[in-house]
Design a protein around this ligand. Structure first.
Ligand SMILES: C[S@@+](CC[C@H](N)C(=O)[O-])C[C@H]1O[C@@H](n2cnc3c(N)ncnc32)[C@H](O)[C@@H]1O
Length: 229
């Protein structure tokens, strides 16, 4: 059946030789959709209760597959309004091109071989990046995330289901999103995951105490901490 298995269909985003201008234009459109869909909400709504207010006061955060770095900008601004200091390192396979007043470190690198020492960050996050990988690569990506965190990982991606597919199809039509980005958005849902698949992959990655939870039927969150072990 249509949503039973993960699709292996390639995204326009991942095409080898995609020009910098085309990638940038696609990311700008993705940022527009992300803003409207409140893509930072799973993070800011769940992290404070999970890490505790004291634990949120100062965080060194790595965002893996950061795209333009918009998530870091939004989360650090949100934290700053609460008197918290959240500093971001944005890692992506392509150069991170976010331009604003917010200071972040931008690093080009692979989610599968993070260029950081063990325990370099308080928190490692990823948003809508994991579905770009094969199952084998997801296991490596999570092992790497777990290696470079000294405390927590919080990974978020889309939940593969017909409702999300239909809602996204309609939203992107109404927003007049370009053809390639529309196609990628729908492929992203088909490449995404069910809860059970993430539980199995977390077990394969040997992340102790990993919790996999739904977020309003649209996303899935994997979270695990070292400090509570
Ligand atoms: C759909 S975008 C998501 C961007 C942003 N995190 C968001 O939530 O909108 C996926 C990003 O993951 C990056 N990416 C894909 N595979 C990667 C890998 N193996 N290592 C690092 N980044 C990767 C892509 O370059 C792209 O910027």
């Amino acid at each position: 059946m249509f949503f039973r298995e993960r699709s292996a269909q390639a995204e326009f985003f991942d095409a080898p030789g995609l020009s910098e201008a085309a990638r940038l234009a696609a990311l700008r459109e993705l940022d527009y959709i992300n803003r409207l869909c409140q893509f930072s909400h799973p993070f800011v709504s769940r992290l404070p209760a999970w890490l505790g207010k004291k634990g949120c006061e100062r965080l060194e955060i790595l965002d893996v597959g950061a795209g333009t770095g918009l998530l870091g900008e939004r989360m650090s601004t949100w934290a700053w309004r609460r008197g918290w200091d959240w500093r971001f390192t944005n890692l992506d396979a392509n150069p991170v091109i976010f331009k604003s007043g917010y200071a972040a470190k931008n690093v080009v690198g692979s989610a599968l071989q993070l260029p950081f020492a063990d325990g370099s960050f308080d928190l490692v996050i990823a948003s809508q990046m994991t579905h770009h990988l094969t199952d084998e690569e997801v296991v490596t990506h999570w092992r790497e995330a777990w290696r470079v965190t000294r405390d927590a990982i919080f990974i978020c991606d889309l939940h593969r289901n017909a409702g999300l597919f239909a809602a996204l199809w309609l939203t992107m039509r109404l927003l007049r999103v370009s053809e390639n980005v529309r196609a990628d958005g729908l492929i992203s849902v088909k490449r995404s995951f069910h809860l059970g698949e993430w539980r199995e992959l977390a077990a394969r990655a040997e992340i102790p105490g990993a919790q996999v939870r739904p977020y309003y039927g649209t996303r899935i969150v994997l979270q695990a901490r070292k400090k509570t072990l």
